[in-house]
Design a protein around this ligand. Sequence first.
Ligand SMILES: Cc1cc2nc3c(=O)[nH]c(=O)nc-3n(C[C@H](O)[C@H](O)[C@H](O)COP(=O)(O)OP(=O)(O)OC[C@H]3O[C@@H](n4cnc5c(N)ncnc54)[C@H](O)[C@@H]3O)c2cc1C
Length: 539
Amino acid sequence: MSKDISRRTFLKGAAALGAAAALNIGIKAQAEDAPPAEESTPEVPDWLGTAPGITDDMCAETMEADVVVIGAGVSGIAAARAASEAGASVIVLERMETITIRGQVFGCLDSKLHKELGAEYDKQEVVNEICVAQGNRVNGALWTKWANESGPAFDWFESIVDEEDTYFLEYWPNPEAYDNSTELRKQYCTGIEFTADGWIHANTRQYEKSVEQGAQYLFSTMAMELIKEDGVITGVYAQREDGSYIKVVAKNGVCLTTGDYSYNEEMVKALCPEFWLATGGKVGTVPTSIGYGSRMAIWAGAMMEPGPHAHMSHSFMGMMGVKNTATLNLNLKGKRYMNEDCDGQSFTNQVIRQPGHVGIQVWDNNWQDMLWHQGISHVAPYPPTTDFEAMQANFDKAVESPSAFLAGANTLEELFEIMGLPVETAVASVERYNELYHGGKDLDFGKRMDRMYPIETPPFYATRSMTAASLITAGLVVDEELHVLDENFEPIPHLWAAGNAAGGRYAAEYPVSPVVATSHGTAITFGRSIGKQIAADDE
Ligand SMILES: Cc1cc2nc3c(=O)[nH]c(=O)nc-3n(C[C@H](O)[C@H](O)[C@H](O)COP(=O)(O)OP(=O)(O)OC[C@H]3O[C@@H](n4cnc5c(N)ncnc54)[C@H](O)[C@@H]3O)c2cc1C
């Protein structure tokens, strides 16, 4: 279902919660230090708009539950299952016709599977690595919560999954040549991977379980405005597909799990312009990510976390070739531009800063040995399960019928011609790379020598990067128990947020090093925590 939710529609209504509240976007401290300004009405950013101004008398029906969950993605379903398990009555509002599930990996520490396999890590070390990687712009307490609760959350999630929906721990055991302690970007094995279908089944089971426990899902019903009485969130006004409004009273509280804003052009351009760059000037690919939930919370006094907003757009560098492997990388000018020993998101971060936002990966016929000596981050090859013969067949085809996305050739000149690179410069870059290799040190970018492979043995291969721009992983300011905070950093009573509606988790980037799949990992862990808290009526 697609509703007309343009700003014009909302401006028709009264600004129920006021423009000043609407401007709470992490700028209060600055305002306090500034000299007193003359009274003026703060300007409402275009992306924010104002609340539609729905009232009780506009509603055709009133419903009531202990817990109201807004958004039936992975975090909302986890909240609904946990709350109904604890005996609370639950209503879930979802604007689409069905639940929203995508991907296939759950990032956690210390699950039963981790323990069985001996993949155990020092949790504080992992949390520190994450905080450092995020430029210390994140909420360390939230990450500690994830480190402590994600394993039990996975075990809880897994306990009702059908047997045929199997899963495994990514990159475990680590390849022999891999030693985390020597890595520039460390990798703790957090990703428990299902098949894509298995992940859908596994989450459908969570949904079904919550329904069995009494949770009521109202599909094709869009939450439009939070109800705030005497400073407390007491419910939400929502709109049905036929245009009628309903009032849903939340006795204990509201859990906001409405996802991100990557499909909202105004919000992306204003709050995460780098995402715009990563997509080549388009909104994201997830139509449910409209950012309405965040706007609704800001109308009720919440704050959006300050920038930079992080996005998930990890590159499938060489997906058709040797994936995220530390091969030589050239830009469209034929020049090398980075230490290629990095994870998928770091590839993207550098590729989008290159001409045309494109990277070209180059390697030679000694690729099999190279794969055994790579890092193990998301979308890097895992040699123990890699089908080397199938890859070779793919590369042979690339020599017979090369394309600009995967080409093979017996001379570098021919290869770069096909890839559309300035041949002389590109060949000089390869010669320089080979010279650094034989000299025993990467004086240009500092790549470790055991990941430098000279490009000398034909056929030579090249592939073009692809950026998988997905989502924006920033949201509302929350505390370590996921209460949504107001401009004074005080919890807005009875309002919680999880999943991509909540901030505090990512700032520099959506990391695929030092941990993977923490988007689902935090969404489900925190959704579950909120469900339990609201059911227990914890303020
Ligand atoms: C292709 C792809 C693959 C991915 N793979 C992985 C992976 O393997 N591992 C991983 O960790 N992460 C992965 N991610 C990211 C991950 O899927 C998301 O970050 C995660 O699902 C977010 O969950 P959520 O519950 O916050 O929101 P969503 O799953 O986005 O759900 C939000 C829901 O809220 C609803 N909604 C919004 N506004 C309203 C409203 N006003 N009223 C009612 N309903 C509303 C939406 O319709 C939607 O159903 C992937 C992302 C993509 C795009």
